[in-house]
Design a protein around this ligand. Sequence first.
Ligand code: ADP
Ligand code: ADP
Length: 210
Amino acid sequence: MAQPRILILGAPGAGKGTQSATISDHFDVEHVTTGDALRSNKQMDISHLDLEYETPAEYMDQGELVPDEVVNAIVDEALSSADGFILDGYPRNLEQVEALEGMTDLDVVLALDVSEDELVHRLTGRRMDPETGDIYHLEYNPAEDPAVEERLVQREDDSEETVRERLRVYRENTEPVLEYYGDKGVLERVDGEQAPDEVWEDVRAVIENA
Ligand code: ADP
Ligand code: ADP
């Protein structure tokens, strides 16, 4: 078959980015992630759209969703040039589901399940390598190379207050997305609280059996 078209769902901190990096390498598919795409374009001028704010940054730093028309256009463009893909961070509400259905079919829809206390712990301890984009955690996945450790940064929206707001936004807007795919009978749930390697074994099995 052609390269698989995979969607990964889950709350902020569930491990989507971590698993997507491995999925992308192993299945040779493009990692399409709206979070990274928006962070690279945080100061983009969207004032012509006449929305509440004039840049994505103002939504992101408060933990709110960036408006659909901005995000849909990013995904549409990224998917049009991808053969297979692992889509991460989108769709985050039912309007985005509808937009996605107009862009492509999916071969696999999987969701990582993680409890809320664990999500807060993972997000507040998350660190990123600004040079490679690699994801670390102060406790669970510390950098071994001191040069890497020194340059790690914390995302602005990984403070405890913004994390709580993002989890609220997730429950309100994105849980209906999981319900939608569940009702369609296509959602494959994976226990995301296992160690990263164990999560990966389950994720790989789901994709290979699709
Ligand atoms: P996480 O990895 O913690 O789930 P992301 O990196 O996916 O977070 O997203 C960070 C922020 O970028 C979100 O809080 C939101 O402001 C914005 N964002 C990312 N994807 C979307 C989307 N599909 N729709 C709207 N906003 C988005
Ligand atoms: P998401 O993209 O869903 O927001 P990330 O992949 O960025 O999630 O992971 C959030 C944080 O949790 C990171 O610091 C990452 O190193 C850590 N992490 C990811 N998967 C696991 C896991 N299975 N067990 C423990 N920590 C994890």
